[in-house]
Design a protein around this ligand. Structure first.
Ligand code: F6R
Length: 611
C-alpha cells in the first residue's frame, strides 16, 4: 500500500509534505520518512518507525526548516519488516538519489543480482532499494538523471508509483506510475506529487492523474508528462480538486469507528436521497443513465470486490436475483483476476469499493478492458481510480470513512445495491413497491438499533476473553455472518468464522464446545426458524449463543439463547442494514474492552493498493 507525497515550490516543503502524509496515513502506518534538500545541494533523509506523529517528533519544529523540495512516505510493509532501515525514502549507496515507492517490484531479485555484480550493496530488506541503485547505475553511464530515471523505470516489473529526488538535480521531482495511483498537484506557489488528491489538497488547487507507463518531471512552476511505452509526450488538462471536507474530529466519540457506526442512519439517508421517487414509484440513479440502454440487455451481473465490500456484494447478489430476476455472481477480486472464465457480452462487471483504489478490484476491471464488457462501479470516494475507469456507476455518498474497519461504507453499499436491484427490477416483482416504501424507514429503524448499544456493550464484555467465535446466518443473514466474523477478527484479533447456518453440520459444528461461542443472525422472517434449529444443535453441544432477533421470537428463544439482541422488524431483504450495526457494535466493544487500537488495527491499512 503506502502513501507518497512530494512538494517543490516557493514555500517550506516539509509543511505540505507532512500534512499530506497525515492525510495518507489510511494507506499504511507502520513507518514513515522524508527526504529534503538543503543548501549545497545535499539531501537529508529522516525516517522513523510508527505513525506520522513519531516522524514529526523526530523532525521537531517544521517552521525551522528552509527546504523547498521534499518527498515523503508512509509505509505498509510488504518486503521487510517495519524498521527504520526498511522505511522509505530508500537511497542509492552514495545517498544521492532518494526514492519513495508504493507497490511491489516483482523482478527486484534479478535487478539486485545484476547490480551486485557491479559492486552495489543492499542494506534493507525492501524491494524498493533496487530502484535508486538502478537509477544510479544508469546515471553513471549517461550522466543524465532524466534518462537514467526512465531507463530504470522501463526495467521495473510489477506495480509502482514512484517519486524521486536527487542531489544531482535539486530542482526536480521525478515520478512514474504503473498500476498504483499517482497524481500531480498544481498550485500557484509550487507543484506536488501524491498518491491521491487528499495528499495535496492543502496546497494544490488542481490535479492531473497520471496513467500507466507515464513518467512526470515536476518543477516548481511547470511539469511535463511522457508515456515511456509509446515514447510520446502527453498533454493532459488538469482538473479542479474536489474533495469532501474531511471531518478531522471524532466529536464526542472515543473512536472514528464508533462515530462512523453512529452515522449509519445519516449514511442510508444520504444514499437514498433524491434516488427514490415515491410519487412515481420509481428509482433515479443518475450515474447509470448514460448506460441505460446497455443495462436493458444485461442478463448476468458479476460483482467483484474485496473484504467488507465483497460481503456487501453478497447481499447485493441476493437482492438483485430476488428483485430483478437477473443472475448474479460475486467473486473476490483477488481471485477473479486469475480466473479464465469467459464472460458473455451481456454480462456487466460491477466493482464495489469504498476507497475506489483497491488494487485487486482495479485489476479485475482492467482484466475485461477492451472486451466490450460493461464496467460499473459502486464507489464511496469521488474521483478515485475505480470511479474513473468504470463506464458508469453510483456513488455511496457516505462521506470519508477514517476508521480502518469499514462500517458506514458497508451500509451505503448495501443501500445502493438495493437501489440498483430495484432499478433493474422496476415493476418486475411484487416486492418492488414494498421495498420502495420500506427503504426510507430504515434510517429510523437503525436509530432504534443504536439505542441497544449499552446492551451490546455488556454482552461484548462478557465474551471479550473468548479465543474463537462462530457466526451463522441463512439467506440475507448469511453475508452478515461473514461480515460479523471479519469485523471481530480485524479489530479484536479474535479468531472468528462465518458460516451458513445450514452448513454447520457439514463440519464447523465439530469445533463447538463451551469455549467456542456462536453469534447467530436470525433477524429475517422466512428462514429464522431453520436457524433456530441450528441453534438447538449448538446448545446440545454446550455451545454458548448470542442471537440477533426481532421481538416476535423473543419468547421462543428465551431458553435457547444465552444472550439476545432484539432489533426492529423489517423486510428480510433489508434486514442486513439493521444487523450490520449490531455486529459492528459488538466487535467495537470487544476491542474496546481488550484495550486495542480500534481505528488503526495492527497489520492493516485503509486502502489496499498492492496485490
Ligand atoms: C474491512 C475492510 C476491508 C475493505 C477491503 C476493500 O473492514 O475495511 O476488508 O472492505 O479492503 O476495500 P475497498 O472497499 O476500499 O475496496
Amino acid at each position: 500500500m503506502c502513501g507518497i507525497v512530494g512538494y517543490i515550490g516557493k514555500n517550506n516543503a516539509l509543511i505540505p509534505v507532512l500534512n499530506g502524509l497525515k492525510n495518507l496515513e489510511y494507506r499504511g502506518y507502520d513507518s514513515a520518512g522524508v527526504a529534503y534538500t538543503v543548501k549545497n545541494n545535499n539531501v537529508i533523509c529522516v525516517k522513523q518507525v510508527g505513525r506520522i506523529d513519531a516522524l514529526l517528533a523526530e523532525l521537531g519544529q517544521l517552521n525551522n526548516y528552509t527546504t523547498n523540495l521534499a518527498i515523503g512516505h508512509t509505509r505498509w510493509a510488504t518486503h521487510g519488516s517495519p524498521t527504520r532501515l526498511n522505511a522509505h525514502p530508500q537511497s542509492n549507496n552514495d545517498s544521492s538519489i532518494f526514492v519513495v515507492h508504493n507497490g511491489i517490484i516483482e523482478n527486484h531479485d534479478a535487478i539486485r543480482s545484476m547490480l551486485k555484480k557491479d559492486g552495489y550493496y543492499f542494506a534493507s530488506n525492501t524491494d524498493t532499494e533496487v530502484i535508486p541503485n538502478l537509477i544510479d547505475h544508469y546515471y553513471k553511464k549517461s550522466q543524465n538523471l532524466e534518462t537514467a530515471f526512465e531507463l530504470a523505470i522501463r526495467q521495473l516489473e510489477g506495480a509502482f508509483a514512484i517519486a524521486m529526488i536527487s542531489a544531482f538535480k535539486p530542482n526536480v521531482i521525478y515520478a512514474a506510475k504503473l498500476s498504483s495511483p499517482l497524481a500531480i498537484g498544481i498550485s500557484k506557489s509550487g507543484n506536488m506529487v501524491g498518491s491521491d488528491a487528499s495528499a495535496m489538497n492543502d496546497v494544490a488547487e488542481k490535479i492531473v492523474y497520471l496513467e500507466d507507463y507515464e513518467i512526470a518531471t515536476i518543477k516548481n512552476s511547470s511539469y511535463k508528462i511522457k508515456n515511456y511505452k509509446m515514447a510520446k509526450n502527453i498533454n493532459r488538462q488538469p482538473e479542479q480538486i474536489e474533495l469532501e471536507n474531511i471531518e478531522s474530529s471524532k466529536g464526542n466519540f472515543a473512536h472514528y469507528m464508533l462515530k462512523e457506526i453512529n452515522e449509519a442512519p445519516k449514511t442510508v439517508q444520504s444514499a437514498i436521497l433524491g434516488r427514490i421517487k415515491l410519487e412515481t414509484h420509481s428509482i433515479k440513479l443518475g450515474g447509470l443513465e448514460r448506460v441505460e440502454e446497455q443495462l436493458d440487455n444485461i442478463d448476468r451481473i458479476l460483482i467483484v470486490a474485496c473484504g467488507t465490500s465483497y460481503y456487501a456484494g453478497l447481499v447485493g447478489e441476493y437482492l438483485i436475483e430476488e428483485i430483478a430476476g437477473i443472475p448474479v455472481e460475486v467473486q473476490q477480486a483477488s481471485e477473479y483476476k486469475y480466473r479464465s472464465e469467459p464472460l458473455s457480452k451481456n454480462t456487466a462487471l460491477l466493482a464495489v469499493s469504498q476507497s475506489g483504489e483497491t488494487a485487486d478490484t482495479i485489476a479485475a476491471l482492467k482484466k475485461v478492458e477492451g472486451s466490450g464488457t460493461l464496467k460499473l462501479g459502486i464507489v464511496n470516494s469521488p474521483g478515485s481510480t475505480i470511479s474513473r475507469i468504470t463506464d458508469a456507476g453510483v456513488y455511496c455518498h457516505a462521506g470519508p470513512e477514517i476508521s480502518v474497519a469499514s462500517t458506514k461504507a458497508f451500509m451505503a453499499q448495501v443501500t445502493v445495491l438495493a437501489l440498483i436491484a430495484l432499478k433493474l427490477g422496476e415493476g418486475k416483482s411484487s416486492l418492488y413497491i414494498n421495498l420502495l416504501n420500506e427503504l426510507p424507514a430504515i434510517p429510523q429503524k437503525i436509530s432504534e438499533v443504536l439505542k441497544s448499544a449499552d446492551t451490546i456493550q455488556e454482552i461484548a464484555k462478557k465474551y471479550a476473553s473468548y479465543k474463537d467465535f462462530l457466526y451463522i446466518g441463512r439467506g440475507y443473514d448469511y453475508p452478515l455472518a461473514l461480515e460479523g466474523a471479519l469485523k471481530l477478527k480485524e479489530i479484536s484479533y479474535i479468531h472468528a468464522e462465518g458460516c451458513p447456518a445450514g452448513e454447520m453440520k457439514h463440519g464447523p459444528l465439530a469445533m463447538i464446545d463451551e469455549l467456542f461461542p456462536t453469534f447467530a443472525l436470525a433477524g429475517g422472517k422466512s428462514l429464522s426458524q431453520k436457524t433456530f434449529s441450528n441453534m438447538q444443535e449448538i446448545k446440545a453441544r454446550n455451545g454458548k449463543i448470542i442471537v440477533v432477533t426481532t421481538k416476535k421470537s423473543v419468547k421462543a428463544l428465551k431458553d435457547l439463547a444465552d444472550d439476545m439482541i432484539v432489533i426492529p422488524d423489517t423486510n428480510d431483504q433489508l434486514m442486513p442494514l439493521l444487523e450490520a450495526v449490531v455486529v459492528q457494535l459488538f466487535a467495537y466493544y470487544v476491542a474496546l474492552h481488550k484495550g486495542l487500537d480500534i481505528d488503526k488495527p495492527r497489520n492493516l491499512a485503509k486502502s489496499v493498493t498492492v496485490e
